[in-house]
Ligand binder design. Structure first.
Ligand SMILES: [Zn+2]
Length: 632
């Protein structure tokens, strides 16, 4: 231990982190507030830092705010402060491994260097074992990790945990549940003296970890006083018509003439140029003051003096009008609000459940002429959804259930074999077999799925979600088994890529149909509520990546499952092999009938045997390829 560090370590139970930070934290060269850390620029961090002090009993803190306000710095100060005052193992989680690495390189290392702390040597590693993602020091350590890394959620007990940029973390890490519950579990061994900080901007309504956590907390909002009437208020953006909020005047050429904040108390002006004064008179008002989970929210209008200038923000706001992506960015990154796209249809699962019909599980109506099974694999079970398809693409959900056991064990697959060998009697006496069984090979049991499907082709296929939104619904399979020399084995395992984005769009379009007919889904009375919750778990959202809108389906039930929806996607996609009634994104060019017939013949020669035709009495398959996506 160096002399420098022993000076810093002076276990003093009375020192709180807010005081400690101002005496010890030095922001590196290049930081806008280079030099000693001053809470007078960001007085709203005083209370959260106090709560994070080892000498204070609070165990959990959530902070939500705009970008560029020092939330990540708060996490860093917390871990450095605890390292100095009460050392212990610490974990700093960012959404991805890459982000964690960048954070260490451009924020953490330069800061400890500026502070003269040589306890975390990286380049000139004198202390063994220190790497970019692991910082050891006497009495403790800090690990930097991405939320998607498998090791992040398991093993090793932690006393201090920071989850930074929580809304960037996926809703259900590795299918193991809500990461905001999962990660803090790592501190269970330290129950009572552990400290957890969750920090985030807010993103998508319903899928925001930050908002979800904040709502469970004391819900503190930073209020500042009007310098004229003394009225304490949380600043809000407001609009032209609100009796308070940010107001602006615009010159004819579109430039901002003036911005000011209209006080909610007296209607007078709260001036940006006096920000330093009113900000330092501010304090948190907690909606649930006795709640031990302390929550803090700061609006972008209260960004440190000189940052996020109101004139610039007013202009940004004006320009964002009518542009959903820009508006979302503004609301998320400045107003600390989640965003709901106006096109988002929040589908209630109860609506679908209300449509359930009296037929029981495995009771096959006469209108069904082909059966398909979707299988979702997990570490400890298989989830099954059996669907039937009839004329005009009508669907019936005929079964939803599970086979318990680890898919690495063969008995699980023996059960599935029995299921697939069964004949399902139709009302009219015909017996149907499952023509297609699509098994999801994502997750941790990929090899088991490959092994199973290898021998059961063509009835069973191994499927996975394709990258991107623009590919075909079901791409021709890829051979994945290779020889010693690296050549693909033709009769080996195959992987089928499914465009889950288009499939989900199709399925959700079906939910909107409320009367039996083409595309309608019939639900069995035996389906549990959980099935409906799972098939409506996702929501269409638009986000912005590098300035471009990105459309996707997101699981909005935080920490909850969406397996039934995955089953439905794969079952339906697998049916494309048998009755391809869904149009491919880029519709095929119409060709003379002769050519097409020839081509089909050629294909039959060179390709593996087509799947068995389903037994049926009414050969009432749709003859024409119907175009489902008009205008795409
Ligand atoms: Zn006032």
């Amino acid at each position: 231990m160096t002399a420098q560090f022993s000076k810093i370590i002076r276990p003093d139970p009375i020192v709180t982190l807010d005081n400690w930070a101002e005496e010890n934290i030095r922001l590196p060269h290049g930081d806008p507030k280079e030099g000693m850390y001053q809470l007078s620029y960001t007085p709203f961090w005083r209370e959260p830092l106090y709560e994070l002090s080892p000498s204070v009993r609070t165990r959990k803190v959530v902070v939500v705010g705009p970008v560029q306000i020092g939330k990540t710095l708060l996490g860093t100060i917390f871990l450095l402060g605890t390292a100095a005052l009460s050392p212990g193992p610490a974990l700093f989680i960012l959404p991805t491994r890459e982000m964690a690495g960048t954070h260490v390189e451009i924020k953490f290392d330069p800061m400890t260097e500026a502070m003269g702390w040589d306890i975390f040597p990286v380049k000139k590693s004198r202390q063994a074992g220190n790497t970019k993602s692991l910082k050891k020091y006497p009495g403790g350590s800090i690990i930097f990790a991405g939320s998607e890394e498998k090791t992040t959620s398991r093993s090793l007990s932690m006393r201090y945990i920071v989850i930074s940029d929580a809304d960037g973390v996926k809703g259900n890490v590795g299918g193991e549940g809500d990461p905001m519950i999962l990660f803090p579990k790592r501190a269970e061994h330290y129950a009572g003296i552990e400290k957890i900080l969750i920090e985030s901007t807010l993103k998508i309504k319903g899928a925001s970890h930050g908002e979800n956590q904040y709502q469970q907390s004391s819900m503190g909002k930073f209020h500042i006083p009007c310098l004229k009437c003394g009225h304490m208020q949380y600043l809000e953006w407001g609009t032209r018509d609100t009796p308070f909020g940010l107001k602006y005047q615009v010159w004819k050429d579109g430039k901002i003439r003036k911005t000011w904040y209209m006080c909610a108390g007296c209607g007078g002006e709260i001036e940006e140029r006096k920000k330093f004064i009113w900000l330092n008179k501010g304090e948190y008002i907690h909606e649930d003051p006795v709640n031990k989970y302390r929550g803090f929210m700061v609006h972008g209008l209260m960004s440190p003096p000189g940052m996020a200038l109101w004139d610039d923000k007013a202009l940004e706001w004006i320009k964002a009008q009518g542009k959903y992506e820009a508006l979302q960015v503004f609301l998320n990154t400045f107003c600390v609000k989640t965003y709901e796209h106006p096109g988002t249809v929040r589908l209630k699962w109860e609506v679908l459940k209300a449509r359930a019909e009296p037929f029981r599980f495995f009771e096959i109506p006469n209108d069904v002429f082909v059966l398909s099974l979707g299988v979702d694999t997990h570490d400890k079970r298989l989830t099954l959804t059996l669907i039937g398809r009839g004329k005009d693409d009508e669907l019936w959900i005929l079964y939803f259930g599970e086979i318990f056991g680890d898919p690495n064990d063969s008995y699980v697959w023996d059960e599935l074999d029995k299921f697939l060998a069964r004949g399902f009697p139709r009302k009219d006496g015909a017996s149907l077999k499952i023509s297609n069984c699509s098994i999801d090979m994502g997750g941790h049991r990929t090899e088991a799925v490959k092994k199973y499907t290898r021998k059961r082709w063509p009835q069973c296929i191994a499927a996975q979600g394709a990258r991107g939104n623009t590919g075909p619904i079901l791409a021709p399979p890829t051979d994945v088994d290779v020889t010693f020399g690296g050549q693909k084995i033709k009769g080996g395992a195959k992987v089928w890529n499914v465009n889950t984005y288009v499939m989900k769009t199709d399925i959700y379009a079906r939910y909107k149909k409320d009367k039996p007919g083409p595309g309608y889904i019939h639900f069995s009375a035996d389906l549990p509520d959980e099935f409906y919750k799972q098939i409506t778990a996702e929501e269409f959202v638009m986000t912005t990546k590098k300035g471009y809108p990105v459309m996707s389906w997101e699981n909005t039930r935080i920490g909850k499952d969406n397996h039934a929806l995955d089953c439905l996607v794969y079952a339906l996609a697998g049916l494309m092999r048998i009755t391809p009634t869904l149009a491919v994104l880029r519709p095929l060019q119409p060709k003379p009938a002769e050519n097409q017939a020839k081509k089909a013949d050629n294909r039959a020669d060179s390709r593996p045997k087509p799947p068995p035709k389903p037994a049926r009495r009414n050969p009432a398959q749709p003859r024409k390829r119907r175009k489902r996506f008009d205008g795409w």
